[in-house]
Write a protein that binds this ligand. Structure first.
Ligand SMILES: NC(=O)c1ccc[n+]([C@@H]2O[C@H](COP(=O)([O-])OP(=O)(O)OC[C@H]3O[C@@H](n4cnc5c(N)ncnc54)[C@H](OP(=O)(O)O)[C@@H]3O)[C@@H](O)[C@H]2O)c1
Length: 315
């Protein structure tokens, strides 16, 4: 009897040790995992101990992603409700739950606003804006059940808008509004929401812009902005830009840190941070200028001081 009790105790201790050594593996879904930033986030999460459901559209990409340890490729076009419903089923049936969602899938349409056709505009919004909305809505019950995390890939273009970037910037400004509202709504469930704002990193997004234009037979001939468009498209291929390792590190922080930030600006060069912060300040000054209750410089500085203190305080 006594020997049996000792054995039970030993087994109990061993079980505790096994549990301590192997905490439940957290599962994260990454959309747009086939290339660029999504691929890097997928790899970084998988090597950091997460189990990753890696969303992709092409069978070859799904197979390639599934060959990475701790990764399961999953068919997921964020514009196809049936894909999203099937992905929810797959994740549910696997029984791991879902701790994190990274809404990363995105495309860019670069065109003057008075020339861009409606189909391109819909395509832009369908993927970059409706995509995160659809996927988050579908997976929200699982994320809430695990008091998990939701991260969306925004952009510096969520703060900067200018000639030719209208469609893309409109979509990324929407991601900023989406993030603020979602963060406020999810807080009561213990779910933390973040947005990552990458600067210019190497990916296939530029090649995608050129490929779509070619497939749709679009040229710059006859455009009122021909010179600017030719200049942009001549430099559109961004595959040689720095690898997005720092973006993946930000995603790891947003998913794994006890006090994730709401916004992570991650840039490979200081000038990109400067122009973005300057752009946000410019908009603030424009908003204040000439309004009935226009605030003085001192009041604005005091507001900025308080905002800086709040941003530095863990949520
Ligand atoms: N690279 C940068 O410098 C940069 C800067 C700021 C923000 N971003 C943002 O980062 C995110 C990733 O872009 P990236 O630069 O890494 O470009 P990328 O290499 O072209 O990756 C885009 C990903 O989105 C996927 N995708 C496109 N349409 C989709 C759809 N309908 N449903 C599901 N997935 C779809 C692509 O899949 P397919 O292979 O099947 O097309 C690919 O996996 C985007 O949100 C982008 O706006 C990038």
């Amino acid at each position: 009897m006594r020997a049996a009790l000792v054995l039970l105790f030993v087994v109990g201790v061993m079980t505790d040790v096994v549990h301590a050594q192997a905490p439940a593996q957290r599962a994260v879904l990454v959309t747009g995992a086939s290339s660029g930033i999504g691929r890097k986030i997928t790899e970084s999460l998988a090597t950091s101990g997460y189990f990753v459901y890696a969303g992709a559209r092409k069978d070859a990409d799904i197979r390639e992603l599934s060959a990475i340890p701790n990764v399961q490729g999953i068919k997921l076009d964020v514009t196809v409700p049936a894909d999203i419903a099937a992905a929810v089923e797959t994740v549910r049936k696997a029984g791991r739950g879902l701790y994190g969602l990274v809404n990363n899938a995105g495309v860019a349409v670069i065109s003057p606003l008075i020339e861009v056709d409606e189909e391109d505009m819909r395509y832009q919004m369908d993927i970059n804006v409706m995509g995160p909305y659809r996927v988050t809505k579908a997976f929200a019950p699982l994320i809430i059940a695990s008091k998990g995390r939701i991260v969306t890939t925004g952009s510096l273009s969520g703060f900067l808008s200018g000639m030719l970037s209208g469609p893309y910037s409109m979509s990324k400004f929407a991601v900023e509004a989406y993030t603020d509202a979602l963060a406020a709504e999810m807080a009561r469930f213990g779910v933390r929401v973040s947005v990552i704002e990458p600067g210019n990193y190497g990916s296939d997004i530029g090649k995608g812009i050129l490929a779509r234009r070619a497939a749709r037979g679009q040229t710059t001939e006859g455009s009122l902005f021909k010179q600017e468009m030719d200049g942009f498209f001549g430099r559109a291929d961004n595959t040689a830009d720095p690898s997005p390792d720092d973006v993946a590190q930000a995603a790891l922080h947003a998913l794994g840190d006890a006090t994730p930030r709401i916004r992570y600006m991650v840039v490979p060069a200081e000038a990109q941070a400067r122009v973005t912060i300057q752009g946000a300040i410019t908009r603030l000054a424009q908003l204040n200028q000439g309004q009935k209750f226009q605030y003085s410089r001192d009041s604005l500085v005091a507001m900025l001081d308080r905002a800086i203190a709040r941003a530095a305080t863990p949520r």
